[in-house]
Design a protein. Structure first.
Length: 168
């Protein structure tokens, strides 16, 4: 597994590599899907590797759900149906109120400026579905390693699936 982390351009200490290996071993022994399954989170800025239980991942790393606001979803749906943007906005204002629509848009753009590093609600839900699918299949199960983005704008978190004994 240490070789695999090198291939990914990750530098782990021996202690971190041991932690990664022991978590992988423990995960292989689990019999069923549950909230205590591990997610490894690597903060490269602080050189910290943390084991986060799946059920608390959203507390440690909250996904950006601002794009899923009903006002914005409705606007996008209208636009996909071919409604002109000015009319779509007007219809949304009638349905939700002008202030609610403007606040939803403001929260969305604020989240973009603050930077959630591409960790959206859709990404989180896709991660859960993938993890569960990989966990429930026969054979060795990969362990998720979420490498946090550094503070750079537009840099995204990276998700890697770590398999034991150097296999991905």
């Amino acid at each position: 597994m240490v070789e695999l982390t090198r291939e990914l351009g990750l530098s782990l200490t021996l202690r971190q590599a041991d932690l990664l290996e022991s978590q992988w071993q423990q995960q292989q022994q689990q019999q069923h899907w549950h909230g205590q399954l591990p997610v490894l989170v690597l903060n490269r800025c602080w050189l910290r590797l943390a084991v986060v239980p799946l059920e608390t991942l959203t507390t440690v790393l909250p996904p950006d759900s601002t794009a899923a606001a009903p006002e914005l979803v409705r606007f996008r749906t209208l636009r996909q149906q071919g409604v002109e943007s000015v009319l779509a906005e007007s219809l949304c204002w009638q349905e939700f109120g002008q202030q609610a629509c403007q606040q939803a848009l403001q929260r969305y753009w604020q989240a973009q400026d603050d930077g959630r590093h591409g960790w959206t609600l859709a990404d989180y839900l896709a991660f859960l579905a993938t993890y569960r699918g990989l966990f429930e299949r026969p054979g060795d199960r990969p362990l998720p390693l979420l490498v946090l983005a550094r503070g750079r704008p537009r840099e995204s978190h990276q998700l890697h699936w770590m398999a034991g004994r150097g296999n991905a």
